[in-house]
Design a protein around this ligand. Structure first.
Ligand SMILES: N[C@@H](CCC(=O)N[C@@H](CS)C(=O)NCC(=O)O)C(=O)O
Length: 199
């Protein structure tokens, strides 16, 4: 979702290959040959294979510096950009996955219930951290500049719309999501993936 929206935002030519998770297409030998984790997304660019959505995002924006969606490497903002993406990937996104798929971590129901409860607490904490930062210096993650980090956040916030702890319940976060929803790249991605996000 984040990769797809970013490709739209960059306005580059790309081909979207649907990997139907319900059909376990991510576990076929052909797919595992390019991404041994059996997860989406994976980017194929020239002779390069890149997996991990945050890594794909960094890679794509490094290929397209003209987009100004990432601070230049020498900019002081670069630290915050890396921090946001890696923290979202390691902490927020992982908590989202534990909440949505506790069965990937634990076999028994009691353990899964406990995992979900803890994941919800982590999610709530993460939304609060982002909300506080946005309150201090918004409207985007890097302050007044839209960046790839906002696209990554959009994806996790979108998933959270059905969670106990939702990004959209925090006013600054909700405004950021509303701002993103006005972008044609986000709208194009939602339309092509047959998704909707009502705030
Ligand atoms: N850290 C990875 C996580 C990827 C991930 O969990 N993808 C999910 C879909 S959102 C998936 O492929 N699930 C299928 C499965 O686990 O079998 C990333 O950011 O790319």
């Amino acid at each position: 979702m984040a990769t797809h929206a970013l490709l739209e935002e960059l306005g580059v030519d790309y081909q979207l290959v649907e990997i139907d998770l319900a059909l376990q297409m991510q576990k076929t030998p052909e797919y595992l040959a390019i991404n041994p984790n059996g997860k989406v997304p994976t980017l194929l660019h020239n002779d390069n294979i890149v997996y991990e959505s945050a890594a794909i995002l960094i890679y794509l924006l490094d290929q397209h510096p003209e987009s100004n969606l990432a601070p230049v490497t020498t900019s002081p903002q670069r630290g915050r950009y890396y921090q946001s993406l890696l923290w979202m990937s390691n902490t927020l996104q992982e908590a989202a996955n534990r909440w949505a798929h506790p069965e990937q971590y634990c076999d028994n129901q009691a353990g899964q219930d406990s995992l979900k409860a803890k994941a919800s607490q982590v999610l709530e904490h993460c939304w609060k951290v982002i909300e506080k930062d946005l309150d201090k210096a918004g409207p985007w993650i890097l302050g007044d500049t839209l960046s790839g980090a906002d696209f990554h956040l959009f994806m996790i916030a979108y998933w959270s719309r059905r969670y106990e702890s939702r990004a959209q319940d925090f006013p600054k976060l909700q405004q950021l999501l509303r701002n993103l929803l006005t972008r044609s790249s986000i709208q194009a991605m939602l339309k092509q993936e047959d998704l909707s996000f009502d705030l």
